[in-house]
Design a protein around this ligand. Structure first.
Ligand SMILES: Cc1cc2nc3c(=O)[nH]c(=O)nc-3n(C[C@H](O)[C@H](O)[C@H](O)COP(=O)(O)O)c2cc1C
Length: 206
């Protein structure tokens, strides 16, 4: 899982992706799939440059919530997310990331809904620490899911959950399991979704 940082019209911005892959090791080249509607896509086309912050397993769910379920077109998504802005105007996250690198776009391909950007790595952090958060870890351990613009988004099969009492956040898909926790209806009124900070009202019983 990665945060893609871009130069923004008003503020530097970033979004969450899980579809980034190595293309070649020398020169260091990557491919990234980004929805055509996203602000991040628009800013990459405009400036030809972006950063990649490699999320670690320690990255808080609220960072994924802030960057993966809102658009930088409407809000300053990095307002409450620790970051620094590189000389090129591109932000990289500060907390709980394994490393970061800076990429310059060298090519692109349009599919029906997403752009596949090809880019070369032109700079990066000196150190590497922690364990990278895989999509599987996010999905199975944090119990989060991809937002609708993510290439991996799939409509959930409600029957998967019919045997036990669970509550799902309508905003980010986080599932609260009554069996392993305090019953949902006994949670405090100000309890918030651990992934996207939505209130209890945003949860529906499965
Ligand atoms: C776990 C996760 C994975 C995601 N992966 C991708 C991805 O690979 N490509 C993509 O275009 N959007 C992906 N998204 C969705 C974007 O992060 C989301 O649409 C974001 O709001 C776009 O913000 P922007 O308009 O500021 O660019 C993902 C979201 C989550 C939560």
């Amino acid at each position: 899982m990665y945060a893609i940082g871009v130069v923004g019209d008003r503020y530097p911005s970033a979004c969450i992706v899980n579809t980034l892959t190595q293309v070649t090791a020398s020169p260091q080249t990557i491919a990234l799939s980004l929805n055509q509607e996203s602000y991040t896509n628009e800013m990459i086309k405009k400036h030809g440059i972006f950063s990649v912050s490699v999320l670690s397993e320690d990255t808080s769910g609220t960072v994924v919530g802030a960057l993966g379920f809102n658009s930088g077109r409407e809000t300053n998504k990095l307002k409450n997310v620790g970051h620094k802005v590189l000389r090129e105007g591109v932000p990289v996250l500060r907390e709980s990331i394994c490393c970061w690198f800076l990429c310059r776009v060298t090519g692109s391909l349009e599919t029906r809904t997403h752009t596949i950007f090809i880019a070369e790595v032109i700079a990066g952090s000196d150190e590497y620490k922690g364990t990278p958060m895989t999509y599987s870890y996010y999905h199975n351990t944090i119990k989060g899911r991809a937002s609708e613009n993510a290439p991996t988004f799939l409509i959930q099969n409600e029957d998967n959950y019919s045997l036990s009492e669970k509550y799902t956040c309508k905003i980010c898909g986080y599932t609260y399991n009554n069996n392993n926790n305090k019953p949902f209806d006994q949670l405090e009124d100000d309890w918030a979704c651990p992934v996207c900070r939505a209130s209890k009202d945003a949860f529906v019983k499965n």
